[in-house]
Write a protein that binds this ligand. Sequence first.
Ligand code: LLP
Length: 426
Amino acid sequence: MSALQLPGHPHVHYQHEQLHVEGCNLKALVAAHGTPLFVYSKASMLEALAAYQRGFAGRNARVCYAMKANSTLAVLQLFAKAGCGFDIVSGGELARVLAAGAQADKVIFSGVGKTRDEMRVALKAGIGCFNVESEAEIDVLNEVAVGLGVQAPISIRVNPNVDPKTHPYISTGLKGNKFGIAHERTLLTYQRAAAFAGLKVVGIDCHIGSQITEETPYLDAMDRMLDIVESIEAAGIPIHHIDFGGGLGINYNGDTPPAADALWQKLLAKLDARGFGQRQLMIEPGRSLVGNAGVCVTEVLYMKPGEQKNFCIVDAAMNDLPRPAMYQAFHAIVPLQQTSGNAATTVVDVVGPVCESGDWIGHDRNLAVQSGDHLAVLSAGAYCMSMSSNYNSRPKAAEVLVDGAQSHLIRQRDSFADQVRGESLL
Ligand code: LLP
């Protein structure tokens, strides 16, 4: 029987009616490691990166993986080896990415609430750039840098006031959002920053949102950014690099985001037309590098038919897969064992064991499963493990990275000792 590919997931397919990631049968991985189990395709991550690299061929550009999407060490190591820089938002992320082998000077530090300690550690490590998000942060960063006798390289994150047309919780470039500096105040802020002894202006930055599936918001944001760069440079402050943030969406439910290389062809044409083609570029993609490289395998514990709803209770929950509960997000759910076309299906809500009605993974799914069967939740490579928790004292799941026919356990399932480390009885 020929392999059946799943849409949007280049390396997840049925072979002999069993779901595989690359050359690994998920059933065998479950037998070895249990459930819930995250499984990632290495080839898929590298291909997603290659699309950006193709888009930037011949340009002075750097892909800084936004590691909040998936910050597991082996995933970071993979991207570091492939030449990526990283976008971080905390001291914890800095420590992780350095432990995974990243070069500090390829790291950029975003986020609205950096602490003095985080700034100090990042300056001592020699990170490439701080993406500064407020006027107050500029003052504090200057003080910290002067205290260390160094200059902090900075970009100012501009809020271009562009609607990315995505979920309100993941829109970041609108006036009402907490991020960046209003574009009307940008020039003033640059002029202030340029006068500080502890700061060195190196770039400009924006990030308008996440899971963006249209190209227009990017093109609009780029126009705004370039207008601003022109005004800053006219005031005598050179901008060495332009960082366009991340945000490119993936296919969760028939979404059709532009391919990274096609999108960048258009954006680069605009940069060229406006005379910025040779400027150093940076981007901060997260989801689009890892999202569709991962699945989360879960076991069906109980089928619970009801008058209004049928429930399929699985052993993964909102602590493992928080996106449905937080954003009403859709993740496709498929069985590990492919069912024949005429198998009787039932419409079920796929839910977890956590004691909350918000603990659901999929509503109204057509599935032919019974207890003991396994399901794979798709598009689970981004913002799942990195947002997971121990709620209900549930252990964090295990993770496996697949490379062809080989699999590597890259995170063990939490033990009880892991969960209570650092706690003490009275
Ligand atoms: N750069 C900055 C400054 C960001 O805030 C983010 C994401 C990124 C880059 C990467 O964006 P991406 O390429 O992954 O869209 N937890 C939410 C997504 C939150 C995104 C936060 N910022 C979700 O599960 O949909």
